[in-house]
Unconditional design. Structure first.
Length: 308
């Protein structure tokens, strides 16, 4: 089977196969082999030992790594092609009524809403998200989102503080935050929205409609107003991991949130999925770290110091 679909030339594949077999590669141009070896090293299929000799990386590791990278590139490309199709839809709508600019479109169905947002967001330079408690973050497309951030796209997310009581949400938010999708916390539920490049905003079509129906709005004044609302909430929201926070683990941070929001240890232990004894041991360790005499004082000190 050829490896050309993974980005290798015929000669590079030949060099790699010869290294795996312990053979020397025949070539008419002596400059071809060093170039091919460095290219294979860049792709993760070859490494050089201390003496500078090329050593092939096992196919299970090297080729699998190439396949994963190729799949990610394909996924990103598919998203960008989806964005192009969205442009076709909008242009068709404008052609049907050239005297009227399409500024509001209703989108029904969770999957359609998500696909429409992703098709635009994964090709955008800036994405602003306000995520209420009842709309849990989605892990679909996480790799593509992290890739766009790594490429320089700017993402900012505001999420309800209560949502972090869910360990899956906490882990996802911390992962994104540390990858430079900066997260801040709000105490109330807030207005759900996704703003793409300050030119399009997605909002629920009804106040209590959840995520079953949404409006995609490109009217300049509305987008500007929603962007201003986002920035106002952002300015007063708390960073997910304040600079002065003492490097809390996700488990320690969750114990603090439960300590501040749950009155009964039995309920908190059940939320964490641990025994009552284990939960109380976590609480005691955190109270000692805070220098607090009791739980009420511990929760108060944690908030004052920006731990939660």
């Amino acid at each position: 089977m050829s490896l050309s679909s993974l980005g290798l030339t015929d000669f590079e594949e030949c060099v790699y196969r010869d290294l795996l077999s312990g053979r020397e590669t025949a070539t008419d141009d002596p400059d071809d082999l060093p170039a091919a070896l460095h290219r294979l090293a860049d792709l993760g299929l070859v490494r050089f030992d201390e003496a500078g000799h090329p050593v092939p990386v096992e196919p299970e590791i090297g080729v699998s790594r190439l396949i994963r990278r190729r799949l990610l590139e394909t996924h990103v490309q598919q998203r960008r092609m989806s964005a192009a199709w969205e442009a076709v839809h909008l242009l068709n709508a404008q052609q049907r009524d050239s005297c009227r600019t399409v500024t509001i479109e209703q989108i029904d169905g969770t999957d359609r809403i998500y696909e429409r947002i992703c098709s635009l967001a994964l090709d955008a330079q800036e994405v602003l998200i306000m995520q209420p408690e009842h709309l849990r973050p989605c892990t679909d497309g996480l790799s593509a989102r992290l890739q766009r951030i790594a490429e320089g796209a700017r993402w900012r997310t505001i999420i309800s503080r209560k949502s972090l009581l869910d360990p899956a949400v906490m882990d996802l938010c911390v992962t994104l935050h540390r990858a430079s999708d900066h997260h801040r916390l709000m105490d109330d539920d807030g207005q759900a929205m996704v703003i793409v490049d300050r030119s399009v905003v997605f909002v629920p079509s009804e106040p209590d409609g959840g995520h079953r129906s949404a409006l995609m709005i490109s009217q300049t004044g509305v987008v500007a107003a929603m962007t201003d609302l986002f920035e106002r909430v952002w300015a007063h929201a708390q960073d997910l991991e304040p600079c002065h926070a003492p490097g809390l683990t996700p488990r320690e941070r969750r114990v603090l949130y439960l300590l501040a929001s749950t009155h009964k240890d039995e309920v908190a232990a059940r939320e964490m999925g641990v025994s009552l004894r284990t939960y109380r041991r976590h609480v005691a360790a955190l109270l000692e770290r805070l220098g607090a005499a009791n739980r009420f004082q511990g929760a108060l000190l944690a908030k004052q110091q920006g731990w939660i």
